[in-house]
Ligand binder design. Structure first.
Ligand code: MG
Length: 226
């Protein structure tokens, strides 16, 4: 179990939101893919593990797409076309489906008075997405109150470049960096980037896909609150 930290920063994709299964389900069901949101959740993390296995960069998604359709139960003969379609329809605006246990955990962090924020490789949309979904916002509102929502497109630097974290750290005063945890679902973007910034990386790995990884792992953000 990770030691308690003085502040927590979160990735958005795969930590707070997932690619919307209410869109991807019908997209892939003609190929035999499941429309069950839980199967899509599993497929997302399998896709991230496939990316990690080849150390794919942020722009390389075909390993993810192949693992995703496989775990969704797409017919073997249709893997290629289904994965192609998943790739061709990828939009950052569809990464909007709330991970409900993460949303409740954010509220618990806020209630405990623990500083929290978001650092995301995104396309200029993530603050509006998180606010619209009532997950979190900067300042008071219907979701959890966070100190910052850093969007790589807005600040002009993206993970794994450790500089992106400076835009969040300026909100965290004098807290020592190693006492700040960064929780993400990508070994290459999140773990490597936050470690390079001097933060303590934690990988969210709900299906135990990264048992051999050299990093602290949690199954849920609630694991940080115990
Ligand atoms: Mg992510």
């Amino acid at each position: 179990m990770p030691a308690p930290f003085e502040a927590y920063l979160f990735d958005a994709g795969g930590v707070l939101v997932l690619p919307d299964p209410t869109v991807l389900g019908p997209l892939l069901s003609p190929y035999g893919g499941s429309v069950d949101a839980e199967h899509h959740r599993r497929a997302h993390y399998a896709g991230m593990a496939a990316k990690a296995a080849v150390e794919a960069d942020e722009r390389t998604w075909h390993h993810y797409d192949g693992a995703y359709v496989h775990h969704l139960g797409v017919d073997e003969s249709d893997h290629g076309e289904a994965a192609m379609l998943l790739g061709r329809t990828r939009s950052p605006h569809l990464w909007r489906y709330p991970i409900h246990e993460s949303v409740s955990a954010l509220s618990a962090f806020e209630a405990a008075g623990i500083p929290i924020g978001v650092v995301s490789n995104a396309s200029g949309q993530i603050e509006a997405t998180l606010t619209r979904a009532r997950i979190c916002q900067v300042g008071p509102g219907p979701g959890a109150e966070v100190l910052c929502i850093v969007d790589s497109e807005v600040v002009g630097v993206a993970k794994p470049d450790p500089l992106i974290f400076e835009f969040a750290l300026r909100h965290l005063g004098s807290i020592p960096r190693h006492r700040i945890a960064y929780i993400g679902d990508s070994m290459t973007m999140d773990v490597a980037g936050s470690r390079a910034a001097g933060l303590t990386p934690i990988l969210i790995d709900p299906f135990d896909d990264h048992a051999a990884a050299d990093v602290q792992r949690i199954a849920s953000l609630h694991d940080l609150l115990i």
